[in-house]
Ligand binder design. Structure first.
Ligand code: SF4
Length: 448
């Protein structure tokens, strides 16, 4: 390129490296921070060496996650030296500063203004319009063809094993119009799958009494069903995560049966035994849950249910654990995730008697995972010979196949459909395949 003699080289913008830990909700926070940084002209550095400052977005959900966060902060200090900490563990600045006194600033979850102020305090914003170009859909850490859509922050439930409400506060829902405009911008930018996330997706709008806001010239309520219905108009895959088992969840099954949103429900039941559920401060009517699931499947036979469970909760007997295994089988849970109980300080269950020995928790976890794999494998084998739509994620050299996902598979946490074909496919393409092989959570298929 020829430059005019008067042209000056653009100044190198100050750069910020980001280490993002934790769940998809934290990932969305990181994306928002990155978008704000780029909008103000900062560069995002891919390495510690290239960064003028490192921002560590931490997770504080479990003691193991806190340990990982503290380790990541230590690594960033050793590798770069200038570190700002934000995210869930940021709500406990004393813990961070006791372990790492060299940290420059600490802010809590979703405190975007405070994070930006901390960055400004260390690195002057460049104010260069050349760098102020940010895609309308914001900057994302997920591949281009799928995106997380965060609809609210915080949670009004008080599950006894969980400290998220004390870290992230009570439920604060975004206006429906703002969520839908963000979703539209993501779709316009090429996103083919929207993953709706929050701490408690089915509680959406309860805090604002389902207030209406405008979208496409009409009012839309900030309500679980209304939002899901409107998202279903965008013509892309819409997947619902972290749905608490409230009775009104039944309503969205009709949208799934009509093909408006994916027939997929990520609904963490956590346990099946009523006594344990009560101790967890969760809904405890296990017979009714089985009836409801049967009703959902009658209405929408394609439905995939993902759920997560905790093993080794204080006082869980061998019989109660067996009841949990019977439940995942009887309910036909398609994707069952398992967490080992961690006695997190500050959680309501922390001081409960009869804490389970760690070896026993490990053994129950193994037993759970064997059971869920057997169930998943049986479901996968039953799919051989069937046809389905899959979405392409990427080419995999080792498998000599495209890694794809069906409607039953969320990215990162569920299974893979390996598609063998000579066709030229790109991430985000959707094609029809026939299944010819199955193993655990993985399927093999060819286009037809
Ligand atoms: S629903 Fe329960 S487990 Fe989930 S964030 Fe709220 S309190 Fe924690």
């Amino acid at each position: 390129m020829i430059t005019s003699p008067r042209a000056r080289p653009a100044p190198k913008p100050p750069s910020v490296g980001i280490v993002s830990l934790g769940c998809p909700k934290a990932l969305v926070d990181s994306e928002r921070i990155m978008t704000r940084l780029r909008a103000e002209g900062y560069a995002i550095a891919p390495t510690y060496e290239g960064a003028d400052l490192v921002l560590v977005n931490t997770c504080g959900f479990l003691d193991s996650a806190r340990a990982e966060s503290l380790e990541a902060i230590g690594e960033a200090i050793a590798e770069n030296g200038k570190v700002i900490v934000t995210g869930c563990l940021g709500a406990q600045a004393d813990v961070i500063l006791a372990a790492h006194p060299k940290v420059l600033a600490v802010t809590g979850p979703q405190q975007y203004e405070a994070v930006m102020a901390a960055v400004h305090g260390q690195l002057t914003p460049p104010h260069d319009p050349l760098f102020d170009l940010v895609p309308e859909a914001g900057l994302r850490l997920t591949p281009r063809h799928y995106a997380y859509l965060k609809i609210s922050e915080g949670c009004n439930n008080r599950c006894s094993f969980c400290i998220i409400p004390s870290l992230r506060g009570d439920l604060v829902s975004r206006p429906a119009g703002a969520v839908l405009k963000e979703a539209e911008a993501l779709v316009a930018a090429g996103v083919k799958e929207l993953l709706v996330i929050s701490q408690d997706t089915s509680a959406y709008g309860m805090d604002v009494r389902y207030r209406e806001s405008q979208w496409r010239g009409r009012p839309v309520k900030a309500k679980f069903f209304d939002l899901a219905q409107a998202l279903g108009e965008l013509g892309v895959w819409v997947r619902l995560h972290y749905v608490y088992p409230y009775p009104h969840v039944d309503q969205v099954i009709s949208l799934m049966a009509e093909g408006k949103i994916l027939p997929y429900l990520d609904i963490p039941f956590q346990h099946a035994n009523p006594r344990i559920l009560r101790a967890m401060r969760r809904p405890a009517d296990h017979e009714r849950v089985l009836e409801r699931i049967a009703g959902w499947r009658a209405q929408c036979p394609e439905l995939t249910i993902r759920s997560s469970f905790i093993v080794g909760f204080p006082g869980e007997t061998e019989e109660e654990f067996e009841e949990l295994l019977d439940f995942i089988e009887a309910a036909g849970i398609d994707r069952a995730g398992c967490f080992k109980y961690e006695n997190v300080s500050g959680a309501g269950s922390h001081d409960l008697p009869n804490q389970i020995d760690q070896d026993e928790i490990d053994a129950r976890y193994e037993h759970f995972m064997e059971t869920q794999l057997r169930l998943a494998d049986a479901k996968s084998q039953a799919l051989i010979g069937s046809r389905m739509d899959v979405l392409v994620d990427e080419w995999d050299e080792d498998e000599a196949a495209f890694a794809c996902r069906g409607k039953a598979d969320a990215p990162e946490i569920d299974g893979v459909v390996w598609v063998e074909t000579q066709q030229k496919l790109s991430p985000g393409d959707i094609l029809k395949v026939r299944i010819h092989g199955a193993d655990g959570h993985e399927l093999r298929a060819k286009p037809f």
